[in-house]
Write a protein that binds this ligand. Structure first.
Ligand SMILES: Nc1ncnc2c1ncn2[C@@H]1O[C@H](COP(=O)(O)OP(=O)(O)OP(=O)(O)O)[C@@H](O)[C@H]1O
Length: 522
């Protein structure tokens, strides 16, 4: 038997043409394997013996006058489209599974086979024989959804994916199926990492000519090559995070992720689940598919625990366990997961003092502090002020389209005489304001060095008698002043932002933001 695919061009608008062709072909004992009607074309895959193919073209044209021409094809249109679609989805790095309206598996690509261990015989089976119904149920998930995190054992393999559900709709928006698109969590992590890469910096980006900063750079670069935990110490704004990133980038783990966590910014009730992740159903409100913790996310790379001094004491014990055993267990999980992340921590607090007063665990202190990297405050390395200022002027000038802006010697001298309690970050802010206000030359008058707090709130009288009020007033500023006074009072009474939050009746994150906003440091 010989099989051929043919396309007939037929006279348009002729009703019953397809039936006529089918009848005529049947008379000649030919089998129609596939047929596609797409006016003015009718395409068929035909099977027949040598005899039936003999003089076929002239015979059929004679029998059916409406056939104007015949072309032999490699594939029918729908076959070609299906092949092209399969090629496209197979070349995707995401797993794709298409399901029909009843949840039956229609097709899938090679990545989906790899991710979910799909077998040939799964085709036409119900999707829930692969993806559990708590993640995707065709009866329940009737809207598009994105970013469903999903960590579960499927066919004896641990699957960590992020799933998107895209509904396929037919005529009149009727749901006729769905595409399940999944991406490995590791891949997502690499993506996030590659997106955050531009903010990565190396040691050359740490500017400074002082012996203090040069020595710190040499020490940090040397220890970056080891696997030891590193503790970076320094006042706020001295560049601790900058150093942590440079250490990661020059370490052997630089192909892995750099996961930065500000321990003081994570709400206390979420710290544990953020760090260690959880299994599905671990607690009310938990994502029902489980979640990887930050230690897992940092696999193969570094985890930067900024403001480690703010970690509540019961969590210090858990971090200690991670360091000692190099293993974690997700909340609600039984399985031990090995940790492959180097810990770089940082604090502006005096941890030794905290150890003495019992607010920081001594054993954790020694574990973290294997190699301390101390960054000197800016007032102790005044030689760096000029070079840093000029760098910030260049960078900020470029971004504000003031490429040729300069700074006068007087202004530089003025900067050198200041004590910079907010360190390099404060210098950066002062320069930024100066670049905004100066035309082409930054002079002393453009340097608004007084900290915002002194400038605005220093001598502001708030508690007045009613008769005292002289309208017009600036109510927002008065409210700010009042807030500033309460915050500074609370700072005198309490040692941590968490205690302050309790005392002031506001959230911990709000305290941190307000302190930053007013240029205050604990
Ligand atoms: N030596 C330096 N060279 C260039 N930029 C610097 C340097 N030191 C600090 N900076 C800049 O100053 C700002 C503050 O730095 P960074 O966030 O690393 O400080 P930090 O010590 O981690 O602060 P905090 O303790 O408040 O989190 C950043 O914008 C950083 O790029």
């Amino acid at each position: 038997m010989i099989s051929k695919r043919l396309r007939f061009l037929v006279v348009e608008n002729k009703v019953g043409m397809a039936k006529k062709i089918v009848d005529i072909l049947a008379q000649r004992n030919m089998n129609i394997i596939k047929m596609e009607i797409n006016p003015p074309y009718i395409s068929v895959q035909l099977q027949g013996n040598n005899k039936s193919w003999d003089g076929f073209e002239s015979w059929i044209k004679e029998e059916i006058n409406e056939i104007l021409s015949i072309v032999e094809l490699d594939m029918l249109d729908f076959e070609r489209q299906a092949k092209e679609l399969q090629t496209i989805i197979d070349s995707m790095t995401d797993g794709v599974i298409a399901v029909g309206s009843k949840g039956e598996i229609l097709y899938y690509n090679s990545k989906a086979i790899e991710l979910f261990s799909i077998k040939k015989e799964d085709i036409h089976k119900h999707i829930n024989c692969i993806i559990p119904s708590n993640i995707y149920d065709p009866e329940v998930n009737i809207h598009d959804e994105t970013g469903i995190e999903f960590s579960q054992s499927i066919r004896n393999k641990e699957v960590n994916v992020i799933l998107d559900i895209r509904l396929v709709k037919g005529e009149r928006e009727k749901k006729i199926g769905a595409l399940l698109i999944s991406r490995e969590m590791d891949e997502v992590r690499k993506l996030v990492h590659s997106i955050s890469r531009p903010s990565m910096n190396n040691f050359d980006d740490i500017i400074g000519i002082s012996k203090a900063i040069q020595d710190t750079k040499i020490l940090a670069e040397a220890v970056s090559k080891t696997e030891s935990n590193i503790l970076i110490l320094g006042e706020s704004g001295t560049g601790k995070e900058l150093f942590a990133r440079a250490i990661h980038l020059s370490s052997n783990r630089n192909k892995g992720p750099f996961v930065a966590v500000n321990c003081s910014a994570v709400p206390e009730n979420l710290i544990e689940s953020e760090f260690f992740g959880y299994e599905k159903g671990a607690f009310t409100g938990a994502n029902n598919s489980g979640k990887q913790g930050l230690f897992e996310l940092a696999k193969g790379g570094s985890i930067f625990l900024d403001e480690i001094g703010e970690l509540p004491i019961h969590l210090q014990a858990k971090i200690l366990r991670v360091i000692q055993e190099k293993k974690i267990r997700r909340i609600g999980g039984q399985k031990e997961i090995s940790v492959d992340a180097r810990i770089i921590s940082a604090t502006h607090r005096d941890l030794r003092h905290m150890v003495r007063e019992g607010t920081f665990r001594e054993d954790l202190y020694y574990r973290l502090n294997v190699i301390p990297v101390q960054i000197a405050p800016l007032r102790e390395r005044k030689e760096d002020i000029e070079i840093l200022s000029k760098k910030f002027i260049r960078d900020l000038g470029k971004s504000m389209n003031k490429n040729n802006i300069k700074i006068t010697d007087e202004a530089l001298k003025y900067l050198s005489n200041y004590s910079w309690p907010g360190n390099v970050r404060e210098l950066q802010n002062v320069i930024e304001r100066a670049v905004i206000f100066a035309e082409d030359k930054i002079d002393v008058e453009h340097l608004m060095i007084q900290t915002k707090s002194q400038e605005l709130y220093g001598n502001n009288k708030v508690f007045r008698d009613q008769e005292d009020i002289q309208f017009p007033i600036e109510l927002p500023r008065i409210i700010e002043t009042l807030e500033y006074q309460y915050i500074t009072e609370a700072m005198k009474e309490f040692n941590s932002s968490r205690e302050m939050a309790k005392a002031l009746g506001i959230s911990h994150t709000t305290v941190i933001n307000k302190l930053k906003n007013y240029g205050l440091r604990l």
